[in-house]
Each structure stands twice: as C-alpha cells, then as structure tokens.
Design a protein around this ligand. Structure first.
Ligand SMILES: [Zn+2]
Length: 292
C-alpha cells in the first residue's frame, strides 16, 4: 500500500471580480474582508474526516492556534512551508493544510512513508461567489487604505491575547456551559450561573443549526472601534441576535455573507469562522453566522 491522498477539499475566497471593471489587478477570486487563508482552511478541513489524523501539518501562512481550536485538533500542529512534501516522511493518516492568494486546501493523506501518489484535483467546497467591482475587491481585500483616518488602536472590546486564546473553543466551536445545579446553558461561558450562582459546569457544544431572532444594520458611527476600520472600508454591516430555541440560548453576533438585506427573522443560520479584527498585532477570529 502506498501513501496516497484519501480526500481533499478546496475553499476559495467569496468575491468574484466583475471582468468589466478590471484588467486583472486582482485574482479571479478575492478574499472578502472577513476571510483569509486561515478561515478558508477551516472551511475546507470541515468537509474532511480528519479526527483520526496522527499528524497535522500546516503552512506558516495559517494561524495554528485558531486552526486547533476551530477544528478541535488535540495533537500539536506542525508549521512547515511545504506540508505535502513533508508528509512523505510520516506514517499514518495525516492532515495537510495550506493555501495561497485566495484559496486554501485541506488534504487527508494515508499509508506508510513514501512519495504521495498523484490524485485528481480537490473537490471544491467554495460557496457561490459574490460578484463585485475591482475597486470593491481591493477594498474588501484590505489592499487599499480607507479614505479617512481610522484610530489604529481599537479599544472598544479590548480582550488581552491570553484571555482570547483561552476562550477560543467557545469563540470558534460553540462550546457552552451547562450548569450542574439548575441545568441552564450559558453561552458565552461565564464564571457563575446567573440563575443559581453555582460555579460548576459541564461543557456542551451547541448545535450547528441556529436561528435568526433579530437583526440590525450598523451604520456609520455606530460601530465599536474595533470594527471602525472595516466599516470605513466596506460600509455598514449586519449584527444579529442568534438563538438556539431548544437550548434557551441567545447571543449577539455578526452576520456573515449577507448583502444589503439580512435574512428573514427565523431563518436558519450556520456558524462560520471569520476574521474579526486585528489587535496587538494579531488577527482575532470568531464565529459569525451565515445563511445555511
Ligand atoms: Zn444554575
């Protein structure tokens, strides 16, 4: 038995550049504001059965801490420039994550050490692209500066890096708490149950299907400062109250992949990992909720 690719998925940026507006300053697909190679790699990997992987190799362009938390990978993620080449030396199921420009590939390799057999192209798991002008694509890709001065040290929802990393499973994988005394489900996790003040909890993961309870569009001046740069660049955005009626949980969150109009109240939503903003020189990722 040779070392071979068992499955591979490719996710691409969600913007497609209208050819009428472009002589090709941007690739065929471009990243939206809240996408980057890490969010695309998470999307691609979520379509593979990788939980038995004995090794995980990722390109240095990807944020390993975010990958580990979002994909619930418990073994160390090795960062290496060419994951495919490096996987030839390894034994057993191996997850490879890499990408470039506006695409990312997740690839599952199996078998004894040796050269990896060629396979067909990875299956595409990218959503239908949103057609935009070349200028819009450059703005959303953060390649042109905004037209106005934006404070460069967002403080609106300042969370120290250490606390942020500690909370990543909750932020990226919907890990909630269930109170051992009264059974109430808390999300995001808290120090004490607001109903009974108990401090003993079990971890529970909220279902992937959520529901839109309310939505509002945040226009100019209404954004917390960590989102001010994004708003100057790409305009107003949608925030929703997202509910899990069966769990008695509601949370306020950004909506993803919506245009001028939000989904109708009651619409089914799915969580997606997206880039939120940069703080202390690091990109912070979190869950947004998009149409199913
Ligand atoms: Zn309680």
């Amino acid at each position: 038995m040779a070392r071979r690719i068992v499955d591979a998925a490719r996710a691409m940026g969600s913007l497609s550049v209208d050819p009428k507006t472009s002589d090709d300053p941007v690739p065929e697909r471009a990243l939206a504001w809240d996408e980057d190679l890490t969010t695309l790699a998470i999307e691609a990997a979520s379509h593979l059965r990788y939980h038995d992987a004995r090794h995980v190799l990722a390109s240095p362009k990807l944020d390993a801490a975010t990958l580990a938390a979002a994909l619930d990978i418990k073994i160390p993620i090795r960062t290496i420039a060419d994951p495919m080449a490096a996987s030839a030396d390894l034994d057993g199921p191996t997850l490879l994550l890499g990408g470039d420009e506006a695409w990312a590939v997740a690839c599952l390799v199996e078998g004894p050490p040796g050269p990896v057999e060629q396979a067909g192209p990875p299956r595409s798991v990218a959503p239908r692209p949103r057609m935009v002008s070349a200028l819009r694509a450059l703005q959303e890709s953060r390649r042109v500066p905004p037209a106005e001065e934006i404070p460069d040290s967002p403080m609106g929802a300042y969370v120290p890096q250490g606390t942020w990393v500690e909370d990543l499973p909750a932020r990226l994988r919907l890990v909630a708490q269930r109170c051992r005394s009264c059974g109430r489900t808390l999300y995001p996790p808290r120090g004490a149950c607001p109903a009974c003040r108990d401090r003993a909890f079990d971890d529970v993961t909220l279902p992937h299907e959520a529901e839109l309870y309310a939505a509002t569009r945040i226009g100019r001046g209404g954004a917390p400062s960590e989102f001010a740069l994004e708003q100057a660049q790409v305009g107003a955005y949608w925030v929703g109250v997202v509910a899990w009626p069966g769990q008695g949980v509601k949370v306020t969150a950004r909506l993803a992949d919506v245009g001028e109009d939000a989904p109708p109240i009651g619409a089914k939503l799915r969580p997606v990992v997206r880039r939120l903003f940069d703080q202390e020189g690091r990109t912070r990722y979190g869950l947004k909720f998009g149409p199913t």
